[in-house]
Design a protein around this ligand. Structure first.
Ligand code: CU
Length: 190
């Protein structure tokens, strides 16, 4: 079971001059994610996309999913046993917790995530089942490959604040994007 769960949020602080690629390595390894988050006041149209988390062999797949705000996630039961879907909170806000109930084989449950933050997806039938969703306010995000590398295209030049989550913990740092930019992130915060 992979307990590593790393996310990086990069907050855009300055102007949109030109677009470039931001890439690098999250040294905590995979699964990891990199998200670009605008400063307050700058917003993007909500996503109308969909994403899927499978339930297969008593696991959520993927165990880490990164989406843009407004994305609908389909939870699809591909096991012969029933699964429940619930989350106690979003970024600690218990008012945003939900219980989608139980689904049997072949059934799907859908939920549109309209708020940003991080979500721990759980099943009350199988306590060992867990997945994480990171909800980005912007369309700038990526998940790492198996080696921990990430790449985000079309990122405007500027100052960004990077938040790295690892194992449920977070750390932040500032990076500057000017043209194609390399940005590596260490593991874990406090
Ligand atoms: Cu289950």
């Amino acid at each position: 079971m992979n307990r590593i769960c790393v996310s990086v949020i990069v907050i855009l602080l300055s102007s949109f001059a030109s677009a470039a690629k931001v890439s690098g390595t999250v040294k905590a390894g995979s699964p990891s994610a990199v998200v670009l988050e605008p400063v307050p006041g700058k917003s993007f149209p909500a996503s109308a996309q969909t994403a899927t988390i499978d339930q297969r062999a008593l696991k959520f797949t993927p165990s880490l999913l990164v989406i843009q705000q407004g994305t609908t996630v389909e939870f699809r039961n591909n096991d012969t046993v029933s699964h429940n879907i619930f989350w106690p909170s979003i970024s600690g806000n218990k008012k945003l917790g939900r219980n989608l109930g139980t689904a049997s084989n072949g059934q799907s449950q859908k939920f549109k995530f309209d708020t940003t933050g991080t979500v721990q997806i759980l099943c009350n039938i199988h306590p060992e089942m867990s997945a994480s969703i990171v909800i980005s306010p912007s369309p700038y995000f990526a998940q790492t490959d198996g080696a921990g590398n990430y790449s985000i295209g079309d990122v405007p030049d500027g100052e960004y604040k990077a938040t790295v989550w690892h194992g449920g913990k977070a750390a932040t740092q500032t990076i500057t994007v000017k043209g194609d930019t390399k940005a590596d992130f260490a593991a874990a915060g406090k």
